[in-house]
Design a protein around this ligand. Structure first.
Ligand code: PHE
Length: 443
């Protein structure tokens, strides 16, 4: 077998994993899911899911990856050979391709909007014009497929060269720039007239909106945003050295990811209520693209900031698509002995074909996003928790987790064990049962 890659340092790993986690999920998906899910109530359930379930699962995936040094399929196989458990790995590989497909369509939108911004198409735009622009842009079918293809090709180019070199360096410089730009936009957005209505929607939970769809969406979003439930973090964990401190790395990744999602909400919601009078839930997957150009149109230097913003968003998306493609590629590499190049090309071509319906229809894209980006990740996370809790056993996992922490022990070990064995599997299971019952009108 070819020698497997390794991250250069703890910081290198944190950047790569944060690069995977921070992406369109934070800036595009989180706000529209919040809008759909009735605002603050969704945010609360999302935060609870991050703390109680997603962070423990993150640590489980990283330790599984580092202990076995394999891709998701190989990792289950290494611990419980010749069992059905590798099916969970296969589901992860499949989910990687499916998420990569619709994600690339939206990433293509960021490329399109970058060009719109530099060619002045967004300058001084009104909210009505912004909505029309998005509609006409996404109805240009040839353009949609082409932009999706460009983005998949870009990802394939990076992955075929191995992940550690260029992209990590690029991410280290550009992610802080994205962060600075987000802060600037927050400052503008919360001082817009009527911003308080948006803040209320975002921060004041209305418990009467509670239903099982909101819960499953919020939990799914927690997995999606931290790149969990499909083995991305197993794969990235497999490149971590034994000397690194897993709990602290995982904590930083979760912190950056959550913070950036929350910031995105502080930009979008005040802006929706202030400038557009748009009902948040109506905007759907186009939300960010319909609202942000209008705020850019109202800041001095708006066109420049707009172009920069969409460029940085492309880069944030790219560090995520790389991790999505890396999962199936690492599978073909480890398990089938294929070359990196061959695996990359094959998976990318299949992804482009799968992406076509999402590129042609927003409705399909949202539906596909729910099936793979919420349900499948939830199922994956459930099985990962059960596997670590009962098959590999938390004691073995803890040995791996504590490796590299030096003298210090892992402070949250007790909570982590309880989450793996009880909280995560039981809550995910109950939420799924509730969801299925509600589909059949039984609940
Ligand atoms: N976490 C990424 C984002 O928020 C998306 C992603 C999901 C990446 C699953 C890898 C695996 O944009």
């Amino acid at each position: 077998m070819a020698k497997r890659g390794k991250w250069g340092s703890k910081i290198g790993f944190i950047f790569a994993a944060a690069g995977s986690a921070v992406g369109l999920g934070n800036i595009w998906r989180f706000p529209y899911k919040v809008a759909d899910g009735g605002g603050a109530l969704f945010v609360l359930i999302y935060l609870a899911s991050i703390l109680l379930i997603a962070m423990p699962v993150l640590l489980a995936e990283l330790s599984l990856g580092r202990a076995t040094g394999r891709n998701p399929v190989g990792a289950f196989e290494a611990i419980r050979p010749k069992s059905g458990w590798k099916g969970v790995g296969f589901l992860g590989v499949l989910t990687g391709v499916m998420i990569f497909s619709f994600y690339s369509v939206v990433a293509g939108w960021t490329v399109g909007y970058f060009f719109k911004a530099i060619t002045g198409k967004l300058t001084g735009i009104s909210s009505e014009a912004a909505v029309n622009l998005f509609t006409s842009f996404t109805s240009d079918q040839l353009m949609q497929v082409a932009l999706t293809g460009v983005f998949i090709a870009l990802t394939a180019w990076v992955v075929s060269r191995g992940v550690s070199g260029g992209i990590e360096t690029v991410a280290k410089i550009l992610m802080p720039a994205l962060f600075a730009l987000l802060l600037l936009l927050v400052a503008r957005s919360v001082t817009l007239p009527n911003a308080s209505q948006g803040l209320k929607f975002y921060l004041d939970p209305d418990f009467s909106k509670l239903n099982i769809k909101v819960v499953i969406d919020a939990m799914g979003q927690a997995f999606f945003s931290l790149s969990l439930g499909m083995g991305t973090m197993i794969t990235y964990g497999s490149y971590i050295g034994k000397k690194e401190n897993l709990p602290s790395s995982a904590g930083w990744v979760a912190f950056f990811d959550t913070f950036i999602a929350i910031l995105a909400g502080f930009i979008i919601f005040p802006a929706i209520f202030s400038v557009s009078g748009m009902a948040p839930a109506e905007a759907g997957a186009g939300l960010v693209f319909k609202v942000l150009p209008v705020i850019f149109a109202q800041i001095p230097g708006g066109p420049i900031f707009g172009a920069l913003f969409f460029l940085l968003l492309c880069i944030a998306a790219l560090t995520s698509t790389i991790s999505l493609l890396e999962v199936p590629v690492s599978y073909f590499l480890d398990e089938r002995g294929w070359s990196r190049k061959k695996s990359t090309i094959l998976v990318s071509v299949i992804t482009l074909l799968v992406a076509i319906p999402s590129a042609l229809s927003d409705t399909f894209l949202e539906y596909w996003g729910f099936i793979w980006g919420d349900l499948s990740l939830g199922i994956g996370a459930f099985f990962i928790a059960v596997f670590v809790g009962y098959i590999w056993k938390t004691g073995n996992a803890l040995k791996e987790i504590k490796e590299g922490t030096g003298e210090k022990t892992f402070r949250f070990a007790k909570f982590w064990i309880i989450s793996m064995k009880y909280i995560s599997p039981i809550i995910i299971f109950l939420i799924f049962v509730g969801f299925i019952l509600s589909k059949f009108d039984l609940w």
